[in-house]
Design a protein around this ligand. Structure first.
Ligand SMILES: Cc1ncc(COP(=O)(O)O)c(C=O)c1O
Length: 366
């Protein structure tokens, strides 16, 4: 097998049977696909991260203790917290797993929105924790009032994805603050802020303020999105001391490697790349939304690097048709079986998407 065959085998998702939400659909030709299915950053990595990765090669024989503590300290300073409040993860996926285990074992029940990012629910299912799904509101935002009512005595964890994947919507910051204050007296509230750096709307606010106030709230973040380090796998949680100590119990020792640590440290200070990456995504997202609306599709306002739009035909069939043209689009998100989640690629990639989209939908484009 050559290198290309190994990559193609990986693309078929054969290594991911335990994580159905992460298994991409099989592409059909030898062309490298256009990847509009996993909310990756097409502009990355930035210069500072590249340099850091290259420098780290000379240190791969050493355990990265100093860089591990360095990243924890750097995140803590930026958040106005002490390093003990920061828990690093192998991507924020590991944070979701640690949290599911910390609060879902021993009969702890979990409340989550539906649909939302499935990572936490999948980990909860793997340890047989009971999960209560609360449907989104008509406008595809989280129904915080209903989630609050569902948080009964046995519920140990409430999962809030803000901005939400797959809809791209945000919670109103005052409403979410009030929710966190009220619900965190009864249960831990985990707020997944994977798209935090892209959410610039004045009605968006991070829930990290509650951790500074010592509340029972955990925030998870990632370097996979705006920083573009998805392939390196690094994320983190912010938590009060009690919750952070509990998460550490379920963490693998030194779970982030030297390249990921050094690239993350370099990325945090690379304002230029962050601004570039954000503005490219925003510009291409606006244009994508404009074109989809022009074609008559209803599109949810997005605060992320993807859009969720009404396709008007079964998403699974569409996903296969697009894959046969080497364009990968988002997986099905029931119950919205005729909606599509589309990641924002480069301008050129989106232009190819629209060409193929027209062919597949048999709709003329401009
Ligand atoms: C909302 C949300 N949370 C968590 C993740 C997991 O990302 P990672 O493990 O790369 O940090 C994703 C990935 O797409 C996501 O969209």
């Amino acid at each position: 097998m050559n290198r290309r065959d190994w990559i193609r085998l990986g693309l078929a998702g054969s290594a991911l049977p335990l994580f159905p939400h992460l298994s991409p659909i099989h592409q059909r030709s030898d062309q490298p696909p256009i990847r509009l299915h996993s909310n990756e950053n097409p502009y990355a990595p930035g210069e500072a991260a590249r340099t850091a990765i290259l420098e780290a090669i000379g240190e791969t024989n050493l355990y990265p203790y100093a860089h591990y503590q360095g990243l924890e300290a750097m995140i803590a300073v930026r958040e106005g917290l002490r390093p003990e409040h920061v828990v690093l993860g192998t991507g924020s996926s590991e944070i979701l797993r640690m949290t599911a285990m910390a609060y879902g074992l021993q009969g702890g029940e979990i409340v989550t929105a539906y649909p939302t990012y499935e990572g936490l629910e999948n980990y909860a299912n793997s340890i047989q924790a009971k999960v209560h799904r609360v449907p989104l509101k008509e406008d595809k935002t989280l129904d915080l009032a209903a989630m609050d009512s569902r948080t009964t005595e046995n519920v140990k964890l409430v999962f809030v994805c803000n901005p939400n994947n797959p809809t791209g919507t945000i919670c109103d910051k005052d409403e979410l603050d009030e929710f966190c204050r009220r619900v965190s007296r009864r249960s831990v509230v985990l707020v997944d802020e994977a798209y935090h750096e892209l959410a610039t709307h004045p009605r968006y606010g991070s829930s990290a303020t509650h951790i500074r106030a010592g509340k029972n709230v955990i925030v998870s973040r990632t370097f996979s999105k705006v920083y573009g380090l998805a392939g390196l796998r690094v994320g983190y949680a912010l938590a009060n001391l009690e919750n952070a100590a509990l998460l550490h119990r379920y963490r693998t020792a030194i779970n982030v490697n030297i390249m990921a640590l050094r690239a993350a440290i370099a990325s945090l200070d690379d304002r230029r790349f962050l601004n570039y990456s954000r503005s490219q995504i925003e510009t291409t997202r606006s244009e994508t939304i404009r074109r989809l609306r022009e074609l008559g599709h209803s599109v949810v306002e997005s605060h992320t690097n993807f859009v969720f739009f009404h396709l008007g035909r079964p998403i699974q069939e569409f996903q296969y048709s697009m894959a046969s043209h080497d364009i990968l689009v988002g997986r099905p998100f029931p119950p919205f079986s005729d909606w599509c989640r589309l990641s924002i690629g480069t301008e050129e990639e989106m232009s190819k998407f629209f060409d193929v989209f027209a062919e597949v939908m048999n709709t003329p484009t401009r």
